[in-house]
Ligand binder design. Structure first.
Ligand SMILES: [Ca+2]
Ligand SMILES: [Ca+2]
Length: 302
C-alpha cells in the first residue's frame, strides 16, 4: 500500500475528495500509471502464486486512442466476464487524446469478455447521454495468451452504448458496469486511536482492487468512500490492517489485520452501499489468502 492515496480520517467528505482520485486505480497508484499500483510490489510477489501451474487470469493492457474530444476528462473503464463478473474497474484521464493502463489479472483466459467505458459529463455518477455522457464498448474475443503474456487490447472512442448481447450500458436507472458507490466505516478500534488503518476492497475472483486508501483512526473509528467501488450483488472482500509500528507496511504479529466480506446486496436504488468493519484481527481471507501479503501489494490468486 502506497502513501499517495491517503484518505481523510473521520471526515467522510474529505475521504470522498481524496479517495476519488485513486478509486479503481489498482492499489492506489496514479490513475494513468501504465501498470497500476497493485503491481508495484510485483518483484516481491514472485513465488506467492508459485503453486498455481495454470493461472486462470492473465493481465490485460488497455491502450486507448482517439479520445481528443474528451481531453482532460476522466474515463471510467470496466471489464467483466459472464462467469466471474467484474475483473477490473478503474479511472483514467485523457491526455493528448489517449490513455493507457493495465488491469492486473484482468482477463479470464479463453473467455469472451466485455470492456465498457463511461465519461460522466455531468458528474452525477450515472449514465445519461441526454446530458452529454459518453460510453464505449468492445467485446474482447476469447483467446489464451501464452505464458505470462498480457492480452493487449486497443480501444478507440467508438461511442457504442450496447453490448454484444444488446444490453444498453448507458441506463440512468442502473449503475454503470454494475459498480456502485461504497461507504466503509470502521468501529471498535479504540485500542488503535491515532494510528493509521489501511484498507482495500476487492473481488474474490481475480483479486482486482475496486478501492483502497488509508485513514487515521479517530474516535475509535474511520470512514472511507469509494466511488464505484462495489460490484452489486456480490460478496466483496474487505481487507485491512492497522499499522501499529507506523512503517507503512503490513507485518504479521506486529500490525493488526482484519477481514470481512460484504453481503450480496440487491440494492433497489442507486445509492451508496454502507458496510461496517470491526477490529476482528482476522489474518486470512475466506479463501485463505494472507491479509498482510495482499495489503502489501501482491494480487494473490484467491
Ligand atoms: Ca451522468
Ligand atoms: Ca507496519
Amino acid at each position: 500500500m502506497r502513501r499517495d492515496d491517503i484518505a481523510g480520517g473521520s471526515t467522510i467528505l474529505l475521504a470522498a475528495l481524496l479517495v476519488w482520485g485513486c478509486s479503481g486505480s489498482q492499489g492506489g497508484g496514479p490513475p494513468n500509471h501504465p501498470d497500476g499500483g497493485a503491481e508495484g510490489g510485483v518483484a516481491a510477489c514472485d513465488g506467492v502464486d508459485a503453486s498455481i501451474a495454470s493461472p486462470a487470469y492473465a493481465d490485460m493492457t488497455i491502450t486507448a486512442t482517439g479520445f481528443a474530444e474528451h481531453e482532460g476528462r476522466t474515463v471510467f473503464v470496466v471489464t467483466r466476464s459472464n462467469s466471474s463478473g467484474v475483473l477490473g474497474a478503474r479511472s483514467a484521464t485523457v491526455m493528448a487524446g489517449a490513455f493507457a493502463f493495465r488491469f492486473p489479472k484482468g482477463y479470464q483466459r479463453s473467455a469472451d469478455q466485455d470492456l465498457l467505458w463511461f465519461i460522466d459529463a455531468d458528474g452525477d455518477g450515472v449514465c445519461n447521454t441526454d446530458v452529454g455522457d459518453h460510453t464505449g464498448y468492445l467485446l474482447v474475443n476469447a483467446v489464451d495468451p501464452a505464458g505470462s503474456d498480457a492480452l493487449e487490447v486497443a480501444i478507440t472512442d467508438n461511442h457504442v452504448r450496447t453490448t454484444s448481447r444488446n444490453v444498453d450500458i448507458c441506463n440512468p436507472a442502473a449503475p454503470f458496469g454494475e459498480m456502485m458507490d461504497f461507504n466503509i466505516t470502521g468501529s471498535g478500534f479504540q485500542a488503535h486511536e491515532g494510528q493509521h488503518v489501511h484498507l482495500l476492497t476487492r473481488t474474490a475472483y481475480n483479486g482486482a482492487i475496486f478501492g483502497s486508501g488509508d485513514a487515521v483512526i479517530t474516535g475509535g473509528g474511520f470512514a472511507f468512500h469509494f466511488p464505484k467501488g462495489y460490484e452489486r450483488l456480490t460478496y466483496q472482500e474487505m481487507l485491512l490492517f492497522v499499522d501499529v509500528d507506523g512503517d507503512g507496511a503490513c507485518m504479521d504479529g506486529t500490525d493488526h489485520t482484519g477481514y470481512m466480506a460484504t453481503s450480496a446486496f440487491n440494492p433497489v436504488q442507486i445509492a451508496p452501499i454502507d458496510e461496517q468493519v470491526t477490529d476482528n484481527h482476522k489474518s486470512k481471507t475466506a479463501r485463505n489468502a494472507d491479509v498482510c501479503v495482499v495489503m502489501n501489494g501482491c494480487q494473490v490468486a484467491p
